[in-house]
Design a protein around this ligand. Structure first.
Ligand code: GLC
Length: 570
């Protein structure tokens, strides 16, 4: 944390080398345009899949890998180049897979290693790469390493986890709080010591200061790369190391949804050692031209910048979650946020939703114009400079389906935090494929219920409707894959005083695309003087537009939440 980040000059050679090395991937859409000096992941569109909820091929109510394989054509047609699958390793499922009990296998609930191989092959056929989720910070308490570790103070794996004596009878070693509630220390009666867990007690933290832990974890990533994985999303990277002296964290004002005091995680997150480890993980990834995506919750751009590493030697794709904290349709706030990320020294990575946050359809929707707003948001973040990571179902305007009764909640934090914290079930419901029972996800009752809106918001119906959210996503994604300015072009914010219309220019080698998005509930006009950027008013060509959007000379007219993407010429 105290480490100062020295800005680096981005290496020109590395991206070029990576591009040369990775061109062999069959049918990759990422190769559709450009490619000059860009590694594959900079041109790719990523798509997060929560495997429990995508497709249930064996009708047991839970999704599986064969289900994912069966939808490769859908993903390809949508315009997806890589899927990130949240953990599908053997697990007691306390945290739905984020409690891993075997890093080198597939949970039987999802299939087998041969189903995994089949999925990689199916992906390859359709130009869809597979990204796995790597959970380095903690294992399940049922992992054989932990079972051994807790068995005695002298067990071979004792030091693989973080064990300490309490401060006194009934007192944990310090005041660290688990993000999921209660003390971050649990007393194990067998050896009468406490073990540390940043998340649930069933997710003991690994001790990354032990070289044996580091080695087995690095080797595990190598093992999956050899099996055909194109990269990892690294879970909770900031939590890998803790202060060995166990200093108490500063207590802040108030309490959180779990009733614990708010705390600044100064001594148990974001330690400088995290970056040394990311460099090592990156070296292994580079052996296979793989990409590392980071679950990097940061509060400012300097922190985000650090995750790219000196000379780009850490994560290629640290996710910019600060973008998701702009929870209203505010052009000034989005402009500020994009400008900050543009000033970082790496390639931006944009997301608007995932399995831990309320779906974008609800976060941005106003309850009346949600579909128009969903299209607006798609047209927005998919046309920014950088790589987008979509969340399954976002493309059809899937909404949160939060539990209404505590007894229905599956996510443990929703039970302990009820009713203030309802947990994350709402954003993890089954993908809506059609309007038949269970939205076509499964023939049996699914593990989570689908919202009533599946009748209208589903893939089959939306494919037929030219004005659907899905068809807007498809159009934008197709454009992204063929328009050089959108893939390679620089980003220039336009009309920066406009509080209603978010607009920008993406330009590349004398070609440009103008994006204008009405983020307000009233009609808007915006005029653009692009002479400073070397573009004229004449001959704008509309590429994608909402029903009532129009241009006249350099003036754009947009209906409420309307959008326009147009090619402009010199
Ligand atoms: C990450 C995951 C989240 C999980 C946690 C613990 O934040 O995204 O779903 O609960 O890590 O592994």
């Amino acid at each position: 944390m105290s480490r100062r980040f020295a800005p680096f000059l981005q290496s020109l050679l590395l991206p070029l080398l990576l591009t040369l090395l990775c061109c062999g991937f069959a049918g990759a859409q990422a190769q559709a345009v450009g490619g000059q000096g860009h590694p594959w992941w900079q041109h790719a569109v990523f798509y997060e899949i929560y495997p429990r909820s995508f497709v249930d091929s064996n009708n047991d109510g839970v999704g599986d890998l064969n289900g994912i394989s069966s939808k490769m054509n859908y993903l390809h047609d949508l315009g997806v180049d890589a899927i990130w699958i949240t953990p599908c390793y053997p697990s007691p499922q306390v945290d739905f897979g984020y409690d891993v009990s075997d890093y080198r296998n597939i949970d039987p609930m999802y299939g087998s290693l041969s189903d995994f191989d089949h999925m990689v092959a199916a992906g390859k056929k359709h130009g869809v790469r597979i990204i796995m989720d790597f959970v380095p910070n903690h294992t399940s308490d049922q992992h054989p390493w932990f079972l051994d570790s807790k068995s005695s103070r002298t067990a071979p794996h004792r030091d693989w986890y973080i064990w300490r004596d309490g401060k006194g009878p009934g007192q944990p070693p310090n005041n660290w709080i688990s993000i999921f509630g209660g003390s971050a220390w649990t007393l194990d009666p067998t050896t009468n010591q406490y073990y540390y867990h940043y998340f649930y007690a069933q997710q003991p933290d690994l001790n990354w200061r032990n070289p044996a832990v580091e080695k087995v974890m690095l080797d595990t990533t190598r093992w999956w790369y050899k099996r055909g994985v194109s990269g990892f999303r690294l879970d909770a990277v900031d939590t890998l190391f803790e202060d060995p002296e166990l200093h108490d964290d500063p207590i802040l004002k108030g309490t959180n949804a779990q009733g614990d005091p708010n705390i600044e995680n100064r001594y148990n997150t974001n330690l400088p050692e995290v970056h040394d480890e990311l460099q090592k993980l990156r070296k292994v990834a580079d052996e296979s031209q793989a990409v590392l995506i980071g679950e990097t919750w940061t509060s400012n751009v300097a922190e985000l910048d650090r995750y790219y590493g000196q000379g780009g030697n850490e994560l290629q794709m640290p996710m910019d979650f600060m973008f998701t904290t702009v929870n209203k349709l505010s052009p000034p706030e989005f402009r500020r946020q994009i400008a900050a990320v543009e000033s970082a020294h790496g390639w931006p990575v944009f997301v608007i939703g995932n399995h831990d946050i309320v779906r974008s359809y609800n976060r941005y929707g106003d309850g009346k114009n949600n579909d128009a707003i969903a299209k607006l948001m798609g047209a927005f973040y998919l046309t920014l400079r950088g790589t987008p990571i979509m969340y399954y179902g976002e493309e059809i305007g899937m909404e949160n389906n939060d539990p209404t009764r505590k007894e229905d909640v599956k996510d443990p934090i929703g039970r302990t935090g009820w009713p203030q914290e309802k947990g994350r079930d709402g954003e993890r419901t089954p993908m809506q494929w059609n309007s038949s029972a269970n939205a076509g996800f499964s023939k049996t009752e699914p593990w989570l219920p689908v919202p009533a809106s599946y009748k209208t918001h589903n893939v089959a119906s939306e494919l037929k409707d030219p004005d659907s959210v899905l068809n807007l996503y498809k159009k934008v994604l197709a454009l992204r894959h063929t328009n050089e300015a959108l893939v390679e072009g620089s980003y220039t914010a336009l009309n920066q005083d406009d509080i209603n219309v978010m607009s920008y220019l993406r330009s590349y080698k004398g070609k440009a695309v103008l994006v204008a998005l009405n983020m307000s509930a009233s009609p808007q006009k915006a005029t653009f003087d692009l002479s400073a950027q070397g573009f004229s008013h004449a001959g704008w060509k509309t590429l994608i537009a909402s029903a009532q959007a129009s241009t006249k000379g350099n003036e754009v007219t947009l209906e409420p939440f309307g959008l326009l993407i147009a090619e402009v010429n010199p």
